[in-house]
Write a protein that binds this ligand. Sequence first.
Ligand code: ADP
Ligand code: MG
Length: 214
Amino acid sequence: MTTISPAILISMFSRIAETMAADKDRLCALDGVIGDADHGIAMDLGFGAVRDALAAIDPSATDPTAVFNMAAKSFLNAVGASSGPLYATALMRAGAAVKGKTVLDQGDFVAAFQAMAKGIQDRGKAEVGEKTMIDAWVPAAEAAGTAQSEGKPLTEVLDAALVAAEQGAEATKQMIAAKGRSSRLGERSLGHMDPGAASAVTVIRAIREGIVSA
Ligand code: ADP
Ligand code: MG
């Protein structure tokens, strides 16, 4: 079974930052249609700050909770948009879910992943169907939980999460925004993918790549 050390988590965050930088323009363009065109900038700044903060710590002298907490704090400090507190809460909750562990086993990692989705939900109070990042995160967390309970290996658990997130993000095109800035558009938000759901897919894809290649 894969054991996930603080060093692997740090390299996973570095991969998220790299993937987000490459996706920045697409996410800004999506946000330009139903929001204020800054979502790619926010996510790139946030995960760039996470990568830089984590680069300064010694992986052999930390634990997973401290890595997630530092990630949360740097994301929050770097991002002024509404995605700032949402992802900061997600990362804090991931840290809390694995408190006391020196390394993570598969079950710990899945628990941290599910805690991220729950944290975003608790913080933003959005339900599935309201055209937010929740429409990608909640089905991804559920699919991960199902695959985990079926005894699948971690790569397959994360594959299932990614597929569910992609389907959830695609489904936001058919939704009318009910939370956040784009809710002001009402029916005019129909037909367009939610940028936060799109970036959630990017985050989950990078998590998967970071863990699979570790
Ligand atoms: P802002 O709207 O402040 O410019 P961003 O552009 O960074 O923030 O993020 C916009 C995304 O945030 C939306 O596409 C949506 O997915 C997500 N979002 C907004 N409000 C909520 C909420 N209450 N719960 C979950 N996600 C939300
Ligand atoms: Mg925006």
